[in-house]
Write a protein that binds this ligand. Structure first.
Ligand code: SF4
Length: 409
């Protein structure tokens, strides 16, 4: 797994900036200037085109980093691949930390390079804001009251550097709609640069019913935009308890109905927690009756990070203990023609009747398998676990599936 951040040695990079990593093919097929790019020199001695690159990424040298992967000064200028004419230079701790097509953020004050977009990853997400108007018990990104509207221009910069054929892109937070017109500008930029790229925005939907946001978004006519909206129960007190915000159920429902009325595409996301599983069949019926415009309903296992860690005892339930209401809910929707998926749940702890709905949903940079998974016949299509899973978050009944069991899935 390639890290999001990696130690790097910078020469001639005075301040933070964003660049796209290019080789000859990526640069020739793209529409960026050399100044927007970092030339990827993957082997010592390889020639570097004499253009005014934003930077040149030179191959790591054995011994140029100490035992903690911190950069150590090297006499790089003496090497044959050292860039000339004062072009800034980046040397990474590991050769696979960045590759052509990636968008990276140079952090010279910290001697780090952060990957903001990774070509070929199964998920790439723009982080919109740390702020949120909810305070969910299992929030994976605990909100902070900060002024981070600067992220709007930052995201616009990243979007301008993306491949035009990005397979899919996400936007998350925090609550992205708190950016207001800034979010609309971001969606417009995605529409204009990436019109064929499915764009998925995670939002609690609460501001769609109380602001002019739905009209503004509908006016963009983005052809591939879908909103992912969490909805946890068919009754207000359960939903508001999970969200930790009185009135959230009414606002979200109002927002979803507004989105439907404006023709916006949305999916419903149901995180599976102890307080909500008993009402899953009722929630499924509620969705079918009142929100049939939903293009997809995803039932999601908990991510053991953020607030979920502090609320483990209130939230955790073994998949085996939710099998009956989850099966009824999934089949209630699927039997009525709605698209349904299960995310973040290992195949081996699901009843056979639910396995066809399970997806390999965890982003590759934060996914792992356990020792039990060695030799499992369905490992390649199992969601597995979050990288940071710990005892207490591992389901009972894990077992490697054999070929006979696989035929049932
Ligand atoms: S044992 Fe197989 S089915 Fe179970 S979690 Fe591991 S890979 Fe998935």
């Amino acid at each position: 797994m390639r890290p999001h951040e990696t130690p790097a040695e910078f020469r001639g990079v005075p301040e933070r900036r964003l660049l796209k990593i290019v080789d000859g093919l990526t640069f020739a097929r793209g529409d960026l200037t050399p100044e927007q790019c970092a030339w990827h020199s993957d082997r010592p001695g390889a020639p570097i085109p004499d253009l005014p690159w934003g930077a040149v990424l030179v191959a790591p040298v054995t011994g140029s980093y100490d035992a903690d992967s911190q950069p150590r000064a090297t006499d790089a200028d003496a090497r044959s691949d050292a860039p000339r004419n004062g072009v800034p230079q980046i040397r990474l701790a590991r050769a696979d930390a960045a590759a052509p097509g990636d968008v990276v953020e140079l952090l010279p004050e910290r001697n780090r390079l952060r990957t903001r977009y990774r070509r070929g990853a199964n998920a790439n997400t723009l982080f919109a804001t740390e702020r949120c108007n909810s305070y969910c018990l299992m929030c994976s990104q605990p909100p902070r009251r900060v002024d981070d509207d600067w992220r709007v221009n930052d995201m616009l910069e990243v979007i301008a550097l993306l491949d035009r054929d990005v397979p899919e892109l996400g936007i998350s937070g925090g609550e992205p709609t708190l950016l207001g017109d800034g979010l609309v500008a971001i969606l417009r930029a995605c529409r204009d640069r990436l019109p064929d790229t499915p764009l998925h925005v995670l939002s609690n939907g609460r501001r769609f019913g109380t602001t002019a946001l739905a009209d503004a978004v509908a006016g963009l006519r983005h052809p591939r935009l879908t909103w992912g909206v969490p909805f946890y129960a068919d009754v207000a007190d359960v939903h508001d308890y999970v969200v930790q915000s009185a009135g959230a159920f009414d606002e979200t429902l109002h927002g979803l109905l507004m989105m439907a009325s404006k023709g916006l595409s949305f999916e419903i996301r149901v995180v599976l927690t102890a307080p909500t599983v008993a009402r899953l069949p009722a929630l499924a019926d509620f969705i079918w009756r009142h929100l049939p415009a939903a293009v997809h309903v995803a039932f999601m296992g908990l991510e053991p990070i953020g607030f979920a860690l502090a609320n483990h005892d209130a939230l955790w339930i073994n998949p085996a203990d939710m099998a009956e209401p989850l099966t009824r809910a999934v089949h209630h929707l699927a039997n009525r023609g709605m698209a349904v998926s299960l995310y973040n749940l290992p195949l081996c702890v699901l009843p056979a009747a639910l396995r066809p709905f399970a997806r390999r949903s965890i982003s590759d940079w934060k996914q792992r398998y356990l020792d039990t998974c060695d030799g499992c016949a369905v490992r390649a299509r199992c969601a597995g676990f979050f990288e940071w899973v710990k005892p207490g978050w591992i389901p009972h009944g894990l077992h490697a599936l054999n070929a006979a069991e696989v035929s049932e899935t």
